[in-house]
Design a protein around this ligand. Structure first.
Ligand code: NAI
Length: 255
């Protein structure tokens, strides 16, 4: 049976671990050719290897999403490898320290903004520039940004991260409005607590103080695969009337 993104070309940032790796694998399982991009080169290489070991097609590329030239080179690499770019998942992100605003170090704030906001902006910009040169596939070109439930509500323990993910949601709706009639759909996923290294302070097994934990309707940690299947569905023609939407995948944490 054909996959839901059969024949498409997908680019995933932050593909070396966690949610990004799971999404890269799911894209390949659903028939896409995949470029796995990460600042940790070996981890992106390993993701591509895992895809190839399952019989999929994948390549890897080093990128620091805060570096405009490197981001442009990443998109060029994708096109040189596979001829076009149909689906992008802008997922690279960092948490930054747990701290209140008064004590938040300026350099940490700058780093969170650089990766989560400027990085997502630069990737989206380069991807849109490429997509506008192409004939849209059925269901449109797609961009899915990884925001967070912290892009919809406040988590006061991670103020800079909260600001950055609200910005990702804003960027998503702005880009969706701009390019909806030019064959590009832009959505965001808003994960709750997903089992990756990043979420350790928020998980039930964490020793961190209780204000960092979030109560959920479904009482388990999310898995990277819970996010991956949503990202790939938002990248398929099955979701062709959905754009500009931040979609929660949080076990009902905000319900
Ligand atoms: P992770 O730490 O496993 O993955 C993040 C990936 O991004 C890593 O492979 C890292 O090397 C890469 N990366 C970091 N800075 C980069 C840069 N400048 N350029 C390129 N790549 C870079 O964490 P996880 O959980 O998989 O996070 C993925 C996304 O999901 C992030 O945007 C995060 O904010 C978001 N998220 C995660 C949640 C969770 O509970 N794990 C909840 C909500 C959102």
């Amino acid at each position: 049976m054909a996959g839901i993104v059969e024949g498409k070309v997908a680019l995933v940032t932050g593909a070396g671990s966690g949610i990004g790796r799971a999404t890269a694998l799911e894209f390949a399982r659903q028939g896409a050719r995949v470029v796995a991009a990460d600042i940790v080169t070996e981890s992106a290489v390993e993701t591509a290897r895992l895809i190839q070991a399952e019989g999929g097609e994948a390549a890897s590329v080093h990128v620091d999403v805060t570096d405009e030239a490197a981001v442009a080179a990443m998109v060029e690499f994708t096109v040189s490898e596979y001829g076009r770019l149909d689906c992008a998942h802008n997922n690279a992100g960092i948490l930054g320290p747990l701290s209140d605003i008064a004590n938040y170090p300026r350099e940490e704030y700058d780093r969170v903004m650089a990766v989560n906001v400027t990085g997502t902006w630069l990737c989206l910009q380069a991807e849109v520039r490429q997509m506008l040169t192409q004939e849209p596939p059925v269901g449109g070109h797609t961009i899915v940004n990884t925001a967070s439930v912290a892009g919809l509500v406040t988590n006061h323990t991670i103020p800079a991260y909260t600001v950055s993910k609200h910005a990702v949601v804003g960027l998503t709706s702005s880009a969706a409005q701009s390019y909806g009639n030019q064959g590009i759909r832009v959505n965001a996923v808003c994960p709750g607590t997903i089992e990756t290294a990043m979420s350790l302070p928020f998980r039930s097994e964490s020793a961190a103080p209780s204000p960092t934990r979030i109560r959920q309707a479904i009482d388990r940690n999310g898995l990277p695969e819970d996010v991956a299947t949503l990202v790939v569905w938002l990248s398929s023609s099955a979701s062709s009337f959905i754009t500009g939407t931040p979609v929660r995948v949080d076990g009902g944490a905000l319900s």
